[in-house]
Design a protein around this ligand. Structure first.
Ligand SMILES: Cc1cc2nc3c(=O)[nH]c(=O)nc-3n(C[C@H](O)[C@H](O)[C@H](O)COP(=O)(O)O)c2cc1C
Length: 375
């Protein structure tokens, strides 16, 4: 039997796959269903202290594309494939008082499953920093195994909240430090990809004492304008704001951020998110240095909590360990094993001697070279 278990930031997981903080973890019922389905852990939908009211109408839609039109549209068309999710959903609209007894009950029912509580407050005053500590103490007293600080929500107008913290190395350090001051359990920080150099913010979180970095949250993005109605495909009273792009569309970008961070801090812990629906994508995150992997979009589209996704992730990991049983017994054995393959462009080999065709190769996306036409 393959060994799926991992120890990540000191927490033991029966498998390295978690539902990320998002609609799949927005209720007790969802989380219990997720554990029954086989997820090793969940990151609870982000909890705050301030009141939350979402926009009118749909909070999430899905971009699809077809081989015929290559369009990235929210309209369902026959033969279309998923491109990504788009959302403008805020953090949980349930209060901390609503969440605390739920977390306690969930942990009592599933002591061996991992519950990470995602929390969020502001950072503009001592009062806001105390709010982070209030949330930390509440969720740890309820029995959470760890805390994920949300420095990444892309929908916050407030300059001292969400991804605006994740864009500011000073705030990343100060808030992490405030949480660590009262935390007795591991503290993860979830960073926004919407920053110039995520390695800078990762360094700041580690300086503040973070036990792990989590990446990615969604990327800022807009839906398309419908050519018939001339309105955005999702809008309220004709208005839209930038929302977050998730799913397959962000996988390569999220991998790039993760690879750069895990190269800069090879001894630190990373949890990878973005476009995972199958073991193949999770493998890339593991080989680039992640110890756990989280899933949102794919699970939303699979009975809201991803029963088939977790089956595929677990069976994919089993098959992979089986295939490589001579060398690798667990995720830890191959974690980071391809991290050193990422180098500067100038360090990539150039063709030499006769093999150099001087740009005259026939390559998809380029015009046929003149020499090939005349030959
Ligand atoms: C509708 C929706 C709501 C989300 N809410 C939160 C949230 O409250 N806190 C958080 O940290 N991330 C939130 N996320 C981001 C996801 O946890 C995840 O980081 C992102 O969707 C990328 O993963 P994916 O490609 O598997 O979807 C949300 C995503 C979606 C689609």
């Amino acid at each position: 039997m393959a060994n799926r278990s991992v120890t990540f930031t000191g927490i033991k997981f029966e498998n390295p796959f978690l539902l990320s903080s998002a609609p799949p973890t927005e209720s007790e019922n969802n989380i219990l269903r997720a554990f029954d389905a086989g997820w090793g852990g969940v990151v609870v939908k982000t909890i705050g202290l301030h009141p939350v009211v979402n926009v009118v109408g749909a909070r999430t839609k899905f971009f699809r594309t077809t081989p015929d039109d290559n369009n990235v549209s929210m309209k369902k068309r026959p033969g279309s494939a998923l491109h990504g999710s788009w959302n403008w959903e805020l953090i949980s609209d349930k209060s901390i008082d609503w969440w605390v007894p739920k977390i306690r009950k969930i942990k009592q029912a599933h002591p061996s499953k991992v519950v990470i509580a995602s929390i969020m407050a502001g950072s503009g005053s001592d009062k806001e920093l105390r709010a982070w500590q209030t949330l930390t103490e509440a969720v740890q007293d309820a029995g959470s195994d760890g805390i994920e600080c949300n420095f990444s929500c892309p929908h916050m107008d407030r300059k001292d909240m969400g991804s605006n913290i994740g864009k500011d190395e000073g705030l990343c350090s100060v808030v992490t430090e405030a949480v660590k001051e009262v935390a007795k359990i591991p503290v993860w920080t979830k960073l926004t990809p919407a920053t110039q150099d995520i390695v800078v913010e990762a360094a700041a979180c580690f300086r503040g004492g973070a036990d792990a970095i989590v990446s990615s949250n969604t990327f800022p993005s807009l839906p398309l304008i419908d050519p018939e109605t001339l309105e955005f495909e999702i809008q309220v009273d004709g208005k839209v704001s930038t929302g977050g792009l998730g799913g397959p569309a962000i996988l390569p970008m999220s991998l790039a951020n993760m690879a750069r961070m895990s190269q800069a801090f090879p001894d630190k812990a990373f949890s990878g998110i973005g476009g995972v629906s199958d073991f193949n994508q999770a493998l890339s995150y593991f080989m680039l240095g992640c110890g756990t992997v989280q899933v949102c979009t794919a699970a939303m589209l699979d009975s809201a909590i991803g029963p088939n996704i977790i089956k595929r992730l677990n069976s994919g990991l089993d098959a992979f360990l089986d295939k490589h049983s001579d060398t690798w017994k667990s995720v830890e054995d191959f974690r980071g094993s391809r991290r050193d393959r990422l180098v500067l462009q100038s360090q990539i080999r150039r063709p030499e001697g006769d093999s150099y065709a001087g740009g005259m190769e026939i390559v998809e996306g380029y015009a046929v070279p003149e020499s090939a036409v005349s030959a």
